[in-house]
Design a protein around this ligand. Sequence first.
Ligand SMILES: [Zn+2]
Length: 387
Amino acid sequence: MLLLRNADVHAPQALGLRHILVGGGKVLWMGEAEPALPAALAVETLDLAGLRLIPGLIDGHVHVTGGGGEAGFASRVPAPLLSRYTTAGVTSVVGLLGTDDAARGTGELLAQVHALREAGLNAWGYCGGYHVPPTTLTGTVRGDIAFADPLIGVGEVAISDHRSSQPTLDELLRLASEAHVAGLMSGKAGIVHLHLGDGARGLDLVRQALETSELPPRVFQPTHVNRKKALFEEALALALRGCHVDITAFPVEDGEDAWPADEALLRYLDSGAPPERVSISSDAGGCLPCFDGDGRVCGMDVGHSGALLEALNRLLARGLPLERALPAFTSNPAALLRLRGKGRIEVGGDADLVALDSDGRAHHVLLGGVPHVRAGECVVRGMFEHS
Ligand SMILES: [Zn+2]
């Protein structure tokens, strides 16, 4: 057991200074007065001295196997290592496949999800990838979500993108119905996580799906909605109709027709759209190609989970209170993805906790109450990581 003293708790709501007892992976107790604990329990104490304590971040769009592969086979990105997540304050990830769903499959994705779980990270995944028919383990999306424990939906299914399968409305509806029904069967999220490309069709296919079917809007979760300013306006309208929209924390150049994640979240919150229907993910492990003047790929950067804390700190620097910024990184994705015990600091919840230092870095990171980062030092590494 571990007693965290003097934590400035944002659960995400601001609770003020609290002492928190964690044990058995859970938050066991939280209170204002320090508890008298029997010495026989030998509880370790960690004094946070007023540091902000937040729920571990949930990164809902991660290429856990490594993504990429769009500039030849050499551009396939290797799998990010454990500490890339934990040192960034990310305690839960949802893994997925993108363009690479021919060379990589659901079995490999599941193996990597299990590997991260063995290393202490909370990890889930989606069956499928950019393309239809989707890659699966059991042969159907319904079977994968219903019976493969870590699989909670299908994605990232690409629409409005030259790399997509150009799915028809009927194909999208079939995928969504399978995900939805499997979600009902299993108590999992049962969603279609939709990759949006730069195409002018934008979210038209999702609007048609809402108009022509009985499927609840929450089943359709578009991501990368801030990659075009016009697309973002479409996403705001969809959020008002009940969809949950996901913003990507990718780098945005000055003058680009896109919103950086901090700007997008501020615009979302100012728009009057429901504050609980938005999240921010990193696209970690996915490739970020740089193009030269002739449109040739001249360099390849890789998305990383650290983009989440960077976005959070930019939001705070712009004056958004921490308790208003946090839900998009914590409680909102936990609710949509039905990740019980995640995304909040509460008694009985999972002890996935991050203490931020004054610069907004992850100073202490606990996964299920186990310290992975202590005083800024990574103390747990993956099997093939060296310090
Ligand atoms: Zn994508």
